[in-house]
Design a protein around this ligand. Structure first.
Ligand SMILES: Nc1ncnc2c1ncn2[C@@H]1O[C@H](COP(=O)(O)OP(=O)(O)O)[C@@H](O)[C@H]1O
Ligand SMILES: CC(=O)N[C@@H](CCC(=O)OP(=O)(O)O)C(=O)O
Length: 299
């Protein structure tokens, strides 16, 4: 066979290999949490959005929940304030809240624009729209951290309606409490609450590290499959810090509350979502129920 022909055959094979995965996830809801730390540059952002758009076009029902923590910190610094976090949650006073809402709104529309440019209809909404995300004030180990919201209710009907009309929803983690006060929500919390409410098949966190490490400074300690009990032990023993803390807590929450597959992936790896979904390559960290057969069978 001609060499040039083989090249096309190889491409066709890749598509055929994807068939069982396309069938498995057909019409299933996949929540993609796109972290601000993985929005490294426009090329990478475009690749991530291409992946999600492709998932939509082959029949999945993706929902993007995005962050923007790094960009918020940049602007907090620009106005002369110091970003402050407790247990991975931003201490949010009134001025920080205003900046966070502005920055997250901009990130939201930039993602909408990218999806639209690829020919898929996207709707960007914050948790305020249609009161998608109701919250109450959240404390960090009893400490008052300002206008940080704990989600009390997800108005899932809005997202079902958007999916029904074939839109790709893109959600920004801002919410309202009962008095209609604005709150800043950690995007990992928002993604988990939405995945639970929508009974998602999969929840994937795209971040700036390969997955969960026992020691983030030692590349040999990446954990590819992490059962809940072990994850809890790692957190209690102090192996997990910073933004990984709310992420892992949310992974556990999601897997214990009906989300079938929960993954932490390196959003800086080109097409990491496609690699995770359409191949057996097993990238990143999968959080599993302690009894999950995959853990024992090495799926
Ligand atoms: N044990 C650990 N394994 C992996 N990452 C960790 C660990 N402990 C702390 N981290 C930190 O968590 C960060 C990811 O959280 P974060 O910066 O909030 O990402 P995102 O913006 O995607 O939510 C990593 O870049 C890493 O520095
Ligand atoms: C309360 C809280 O921590 N809110 C986050 C919301 C954005 C976010 O979570 O962004 P990443 O996913 O990029 O970290 C913040 O202000 O940074």
């Amino acid at each position: 066979m001609e060499k040039s022909m083989q090249k096309y055959l190889d491409k066709a094979e890749v598509l055929i290999e994807a068939l069982p995965y396309i069938q498995r996830f057909n019409r299933k809801i996949i929540v993609v949490k796109y972290g601000g730390s993985a929005m490294v540059d426009e090329t990478l952002k475009e690749r991530v959005i291409q992946d999600v758009t492709l998932l939509k076009l082959v029949g999945f029902k993706p929902i993007i929940v995005h962050g923007g923590g790094k960009e918020i910190s940049k602007w907090v610094g620009k106005v002369g304030m110091e970003p402050e976090f407790v247990n991975g949650l931003r201490v949010t006073d009134e001025a920080t809240m205003e900046l966070a809402e502005m920055v997250l709104g901009k990130v939201n529309k930039s993602l909408v624009q990218l999806v639209e440019s690829l020919g898929v209809r996207a709707i960007g909404i914050s948790g305020k729209d249609g009161k998608l995300l109701s919250v109450e004030k959240k404390y960090a180990d009893g400490e008052d951290i300002g206008f940080v919201g704990e989600i009390t209710h997800v108005n899932a009907d809005i997202l079902y309606d958007l999916l029904e009309k074939d839109f790709l929803p893109i959600v920004c983690p801002i919410g309202l409490d009962d008095a209609y006060q604005t709150y800043n929500i950690n995007a990992d919390d928002a993604a988990c609450a939405i995945a639970r409410a929508m009974k998602a098949e999969k929840l994937a966190f795209l971040t700036d590290i390969e997955g969960v490490y026992k020691d983030p400074d030692d590349p040999d300690t990446l954990i590819s499959e992490l059962p809940v009990t072990e994850a809890e032990a790692l957190m209690n023993q102090g192996y997990i810090g910073g933004g990984m803390l709310p992420k892992l807590q949310n992974c556990i929450d999601a897997i214990e509350n009906g989300v079938s597959r929960v993954h932490i992936l390196d959003g800086r790896i080109p097409h990491c979502l496609l690699l995770e979904i359409f191949t057996n390559k097993g990238i990143g960290t999968a959080i599993l129920n302690d009894t999950d057969e995959r853990y024992y069978q090495g799926e």
